[in-house]
Design a protein around this ligand. Structure first.
Ligand SMILES: Cc1ncc(COP(=O)(O)O)c(C=O)c1O
Length: 334
């Protein structure tokens, strides 16, 4: 990504992810669609960017001292993995606070990088969510451990700043700004960074935020969500409501259908938020001749036990396979 010491080694591979044209996903659509494949980051997701920038700046300013400090963060997956990777590289102890819904594979990956994982088991009595309990545990650990530091992805401006690069890369790859940028939201780092880049450079890009139905970010009533990644139980401090020109809410089933379409039609095995993004695009009223860029945050490899497991799908959604059964035919028509 550059800008923060441009490390040699694995962290120098963060960013500069491919932007590929999707010609089969929405056959007959009058616009051109491109996807930024963030799974190509070395830790496997978009959150490598935030992890690298937040940690390297904390080291640069002396807030974190390799070999002495402990980084503590709440994450159920991708940021935790990104921080585990960056902390391993910089020789910093890392404790990730997770909850019982965290995918065991993500925990195993963090541990493989040498991270310690603390699991909170109690839901917050007021909201019924784990997130407030996780945040409380992070505060306790940060207050009691010597030289502890919490990057706090939900409020850290560097989380957003890291994604100015994401937007710049899209513009550079296309050779012009896209007419639409469609991205999902959780901490809102991606949305804010991309949106600030667009506004600071006065680019004519319409920004569409894709949130989970039942997420609290854009003030819908909070409810149960099955697919992790996008959405949040509490509106993050990085959120500003004017960052997006348009917001689309996508439910779990439609995100899942988007994932199955992506793999069936484009051979892209992507995570749940990517499915939500492509479903959202299919619902937008996009003028003919437009160029649309979407950000696909991670790979489907972390969702093999859920989104890509037919038995799991049937338990949670019933017999829905018909929703993507025509995909092979659509591809043949392309
Ligand atoms: C899979 C996935 N999609 C989307 C997001 C949302 O990105 P952001 O936190 O920048 O809003 C995340 C964040 O962790 C994620 O892991």
């Amino acid at each position: 990504m550059g800008g923060y010491g441009a490390e040699a080694g694995v962290l120098s591979a963060v960013g500069s992810t491919p932007l590929v044209e999707l010609t089969r996903l929405l056959p007959g659509s009058p616009f051109t669609l491109y996807a930024k494949l963030e799974a190509a980051n070395p830790g496997g997701s978009i959150k490598d960017r935030s992890a690298y920038v937040m940690l390297s700046e904390a080291i640069h300013t002396g807030t974190v001292i390799p070999g002495r400090s402990t980084v503590v963060e709440s994450s159920s997956g991708n940021l935790g993995i990104g921080l585990a990777q960056a902390c391993r590289y910089f020789d910093v102890r890392f404790i990730c606070v997770v909850d019982p819904r965290t995918n065991p594979q993500n925990i195993a990956i963090m541990r493989a990088y040498g991270a310690e994982v603390h699991t909170v088991t109690e839901r917050d009595p007021a909201t019924g969510e784990y997130l407030p309990t996780r945040i409380r545990r992070v505060r306790e650990l940060t207050a009691t451990l010597p030289d502890a530091y919490c990057p706090n992805q939900y409020a850290n401006p560097l989380n957003a700043w890291a994604h100015q690069t994401t937007m710049r890369e899209i513009v550079d790859s296309l050779g012009k700004p896209p007419d639409y940028l469609v991205c999902t939201v959780s901490s809102c780092g991606t949305l804010r960074g991309c949106s600030e880049y667009v506004r600071e450079h006065d680019l004519p890009v319409r920004i569409v935020a894709v949130d989970a139905e039942s997420s609290a970010i854009f003030h819908e009533p909070v409810g149960r969500r099955l697919i992790p990644g996008h959405g949040a139980a509490v509106p993050p401090a990085l959120l500003r409501l004017d960052l997006a020109d348009e917001v689309v809410h996508v439910n779990d089933l439609d995100a899942l259908v988007g994932c199955r379409r992506l793999v069936n039609r484009e051979a892209i095995l992507a995570g749940g938020s990517s499915g939500a993004v492509v479903t959202a695009v299919s619902r937008l009223d996009i003028p003919a001749g437009s160029t649309v860029a979407v950000i696909l945050p991670d790979s489907g490899a972390r969702y093999l036990d859920t989104i890509y497991d037919d038995a799991w799908v049937e338990v949670h959604f019933g017999d829905v396979a018909d929703l993507w059964k025509d995909d092979a035919m659509e591809v043949a028509r392309c």
